[in-house]
Every structure is written in structure tokens, then in C-alpha cells.
Design a protein around this ligand. Structure first.
Ligand SMILES: Nc1ncnc2c1ncn2[C@@H]1O[C@H](COP(=O)(O)OP(=O)(O)OP(=O)(O)O)[C@@H](O)[C@H]1O
Ligand SMILES: [Mg+2]
Length: 236
């Protein structure tokens, strides 16, 4: 039996090596130990077609992938993820934790690849029929720290990870600007803090979200699926 009456959708965002997967796992464990049903998922991926798209776009060796193609592959994976995985779980009243969501595309393809952040957001709003997280946890990482973390004892970097530090610096700025434009919907934390401290701050914020009156949470999930018409937590 779920404690929550309506689903809650939380996205983890931030540069490569920021600690997203670590914190998503910590939050899932904390919430599950309290009796919540949690679905942990990731992008690109999360569905069979999404996992194939993930290897297509992240692995080396698939030939040139131009920026528009890259953006469309991420959006295609996200469309499947939103409709096949996230919406159904929210409908069952679960807490959905996703490792990356739309902001990653706005930052990596919009800012990093210079496709334009508005264009990439529009594409992804269309792909997801406007499904927005109730909360986005942004782990703000210095690109050099991120690179250091992910290359220690790990396999080779993927197509995007192996881009220059300057590319990752633009992505970092884009993430911070997204959070600043809708502060009520974000928790921004410096990724260099210890794992336990970050986990504590994230849990405290999620507790506050779960304590909001069920009617409000329900509205947030059930309002028309158009960004701008379905705002909760402020901003546009
Ligand atoms: N707060 C932290 N302090 C020190 N090390 C950390 C911290 N958080 C994560 N790490 C370590 O940094 C590495 C990257 O963490 P993690 O895989 O969670 O990042 P990520 O954001 O999911 O990366 P990616 O974008 O590559 O998926 C791991 O080895 C992890 O143990
Ligand atoms: Mg990860």
C-alpha cells in the first residue's frame, strides 16, 4: 500500500560524474524504507527501445551523429520513457526518480551543441506531452571534478563525456540558469559535498514535497499536460 495518494516525479540533473546515480539510489533506499513505492529509472533508456537508442547515441563507433540527430534520438528515448514508464507509475501513485530528464537535453543539445535551448525544450515538451517533474535535484559539479570522478577506475568516456571541459562548462551554466528561472521547482546543491550530507539535504526537501496536501500533489499530476498551463511550484 502506498503512503502517497498521487505520484511524485523527481528528476536528478547535473553534469557527468556529479553524483546523480549515487543520490538517486540513496533517496530510493530512504523512501522505500519508509514504505513508499519507488521507481528508479534513467535516460536515455528506461524502455527496451530507449536502451537501444542509448547505445546508439552514447557509444562510440556509430559514425557521425550530427547535433539535430542527437537531439532527436534523446527526445525519442524520452517520449517512450514518459509514456511507457513514468506516466503509468505516477498513475499508480509511485514516486518516480529519474536519472536525467528534459533539462539534460536543454543543457547538452541546446547549450552544449548550440541548437538553442528554446527549440530543444519545445521538442521535448512535444515528445513528453508536457510531463514535468515536481522537483528537480540539480547537482552542480565543476567539470574537472566530474571528469576526475568518472575516469577514476572506469571504462572509457562515452561520446558526450569525452567532449572538452569548455563544452561541460557551458552545460553547467545552462543547468544553473534553468534552476534560477524556476527556483521553487529546483533543489540546487554543490556536488563536491560529502555523499551523506547531500543525501540528507535531498531527503529533507523531498519530505517537504511529500508533506504538501495530497490534493495539491494530485492536481500537479492530473492538470492538463501542457507546460505553462500545468504549473505547480512556480515559474514558467
Ligand atoms: N558526493 C560525493 N563525493 C565524492 N565522491 C562521489 C560523490 N558522489 C558520487 N561520488 C563518486 O563519483 C563517481 C560518480 O558518481 P555517480 O556515478 O553517482 O555520478 P553520475 O552523476 O551518475 O555520473 P554519470 O553522469 O557519469 O552517470 C562515483 O565513483 C561515485 O562513487
Ligand atoms: Mg549516473
Amino acid at each position: 500500500m502506498n503512503k502517497q495518494r498521487a505520484g511524485v516525479f523527481i528528476a536528478f540533473e547535473g553534469g557527468d560524474g556529479a553524483g546523480k546515480s549515487t543520490q538517486a539510489a540513496r533517496l530510493a533506499a530512504a523512501l522505500e524504507s519508509r514504505g513508499y513505492t519507488v521507481l528508479r529509472t534513467r535516460e536515455p533508456g528506461g524502455t527496451p527501445v530507449g536502451e537501444k537508442l542509448r547505445s546508439l547515441v552514447l557509444d562510440h563507433g556509430n559514425g557521425d551523429i550530427d547535433a539535430h540527430t542527437e537531439a532527436l534520438i534523446f527526445a525519442a528515448s524520452r517520449a517512450a520513457h514518459a509514456s511507457q514508464v513514468i506516466r503509468p507509475a505516477l498513475g499508480r501513485g509511485e514516486i518516480v526518480l529519474t536519472d536525467r530528464y528534459i533539462d539534460s537535453s536543454v543543457a547538452y543539445q541546446g547549450a552544449g551543441r548550440d541548437l538553442g535551448q528554446d527549440a530543444v525544450r519545445s521538442l521535448n515538451e512535444w515528445a513528453t506531452s508536457g510531463l514535468e517533474p515536481h522537483l528537480t535535484v540539480l547537482l552542480d559539479v565543476d567539470p574537472q571534478l566530474g571528469r576526475l570522478r568518472r575516469t577514476v577506475g572506469q571504462a572509457a568516456e562515452d561520446r558526450l563525456e569525452s567532449e572538452a571541459d569548455e563544452f561541460h562548462a557551458r552545460i553547467r551554466d545552462a543547468f544553473l540558469n534553468l534552476a534560477a528561472s524556476r527556483p521553487a521547482s529546483y533543489l540546487v546543491l554543490p556536488a563536491h559535498l560529502p555523499v551523506n550530507e547531500l543525501a540528507g539535504q535531498i531527503l529533507a526537501r523531498v519530505d517537504a514535497l511529500l508533506d504538501t496536501p495530497p490534493a495539491a500533489a494530485q492536481d500537479a499530476v492530473q492538470l492538463p499536460a501542457v507546460r505553462g498551463a500545468a504549473q505547480h511550484g512556480g515559474g514558467s
